[in-house]
Design a binder for this molecule. Structure first.
Ligand SMILES: Cc1cc2nc3c(=O)[nH]c(=O)nc-3n(C[C@H](O)[C@H](O)[C@H](O)COP(=O)(O)OP(=O)(O)OC[C@H]3O[C@@H](n4cnc5c(N)ncnc54)[C@H](O)[C@@H]3O)c2cc1C
Length: 424
């Protein structure tokens, strides 16, 4: 199939699926997104997400210019730095982008998942079907892919793209050995509304970007602020429609550690907020009083425990008219904050390959193979990297190597500070 019109069925209207859809629309390729959510705002989308330069580039490639401008205008503040500190709130290293040298497009951003979905849906609503829960697929005698949904309906496409996230049903059917595994690490915490008390407790570095607290015990604490740009709502209104809003500033507060270190037996136990808070406070014994007090500010209704899962590399498979992107194939721990960015990168790469099919330069199967060969390399490198970061943060810290690493970070930090001061 080269130089022909073809139809793509995308299962899942999350980050990766909708980014792919936007990009296909730009190239004039026909597609339908099938999303299980009942409506665009029927499910809270989760906390704010960090978009890195590669994610920004992918979104820029996918979105028409006016939508890109809205995406930029609705981003949050406090995204240009990253700090590592001790549990006594002593800075180990703080990296900040030089605001004068930031690329206009390929830069770090923070965005509400609710706002991002709203932007990604704009202009393609005609090709997104909600309340469509994928069940299974089969190859037809004509070589197409027939897709079946829980409501008894079906659809046909030339290419099926699994963008249905970590619990992907498409993957379970297509690559049953590629299921992700639990790492044994869990995150407990939630969001803290930024009222007066919480504001007084925050480390100042959190206004530059996310913070990772590394104590000498086998835990780690992640904190990141969400505050939308003041004009975000004005820009979102340009998109019309009824959507949930995500305007109230908050702090994400998540303590990571091995399940058994928190004293829990199973990550699927439904635990009351107070039990989780107590486990958190126990793990934070001896920490800086401000951090302990912040643990008390986590919104009761938001307190949760989530198991950290990861995919594992699998041998290359033979490319076909079914392919996968994002968490459906390479879910990773959140310890590098890149899972979503890699999903966006997949979408950009797959759509540029499909544009070559559309223009007659490639066959559909060659395009899928080129995408998968490249994706497997960078995505599973990111999977390994994020797993390593998780293990370093939450493993038993070596009595000699950990203090040496802290010393190295402090030394580099001294140089960075000196450079920043010299540049003023
Ligand atoms: C705590 C945490 C923090 C994170 N922070 C970051 C970050 O800062 N930056 C970053 O880059 N990444 C981050 N990630 C990872 C990021 O959230 C994921 O990698 C990203 O959402 C993957 O996008 P996706 O499109 O592949 O899947 P998803 O965003 O999960 O989308 C999948 C979609 O498929 C739909 N779906 C599922 N099953 C079906 C079905 N049967 N039929 C139809 N539709 C279906 C779902 O409803 C959903 O809309 C974080 C992850 C966690 C857990």
């Amino acid at each position: 199939m080269t130089g022909q019109s073809f139809h793509v069925a995308i299962i899942g209207g999350g980050l990766g699926g909708l980014c792919l859809a936007q990009s296909l629309r730009k190239s004039g390729i026909r597609f339908t997104v099938f999303e299980r959510d009942v409506s665009p705002s029927s499910r809270p989308q989760g906390y704010r997400i960090h978009i890195d330069p590669q994610g920004s580039l992918a979104l820029h490639q996918a979105l028409p210019e006016p939508l890109w401008q809205i995406f930029v205008a609705t981003g949050g503040q406090f995204a240009q730095g990253f700090t590592v500190m001790t549990e006594q709130m002593r800075e180990l290293i703080s990296v900040r982008a030089d605001l004068r040298k930031i690329d206009r497009i390929a830069q770090h951003r923070s965005i509400s998942r609710i706002h991002l979905r709203r932007v990604l849906l704009a202009g393609i609503e005609d090709a997104v079907q909600f309340n469509k829960r994928f069940l299974r697929y089969e190859e037809t005698q004509q070589g197409k892919i027939a897709v079946f949904f829980e409501d008894g309906s079906s659809a046909e496409a030339d290419l099926l793209v699994a963008a249905d996230g970590i619990h992907s049903r498409v993957r379970r059917q297509y690559l049953p050995d590629a299921d992700p595994v639990e790492t044994g690490v869990v995150g407990i915490g939630g969001r803290i509304p930024l009222n007066g008390r919480a504001m007084q407790l925050l480390p100042r570095q959190v206004f530059d970007g996310p913070i990772m607290v590394l104590p000498s015990s086998p835990f780690s604490l992640f904190m990141a602020l969400w505050k939308p740009a003041p004009e975000a709502q004005e820009h979102l209104k340009l998109l019309g429609g009824e959507f949930a809003q995500d305007d109230e500033p908050y702090l994400i507060f998540s303590l990571g550690g091995k399940l058994e270190r928190f004293g829990f037996e199973s990550s699927s136990q439904a635990l009351p907020a107070e039990t989780l808070r107590q486990a958190m406070r126990m793990a934070m014994t001896g920490w800086h009083p401000n951090l302990c007090a912040l643990a008390d500010c986590v919104d009761e209704a938001e307190f949760g425990l989530f198991p950290v899962r990861t995919s594992r590399p699998i041998p290359a498979w033979k490319s076909s008219r079914v392919t996968l992107l994002g968490d459906a194939i390479h879910s990773m721990t959140p310890y590098r904050g890149i899972g979503g960015n890699i999903a966006l990168k997949d979408a950009a790469l797959l759509s540029s390959q499909l544009a070559e099919v559309q223009s007659g330069q490639k066959s559909l199967l060659d395009a899928v193979a080129a995408y998968e060969n490249s994706m497997r390399t960078y995505a599973f490198a990111a999977v390994a990297d994020s797993r390593k970061a998780m293990e370093m943060a939450n493993g038993a810290k070596h009595p000699v190597l950990f203090p040496a690493a802290k010393l190295a970070m402090r030394s580099i930090n001294g140089i960075l500070r000196w450079k920043r001061a010299a540049a003023l």
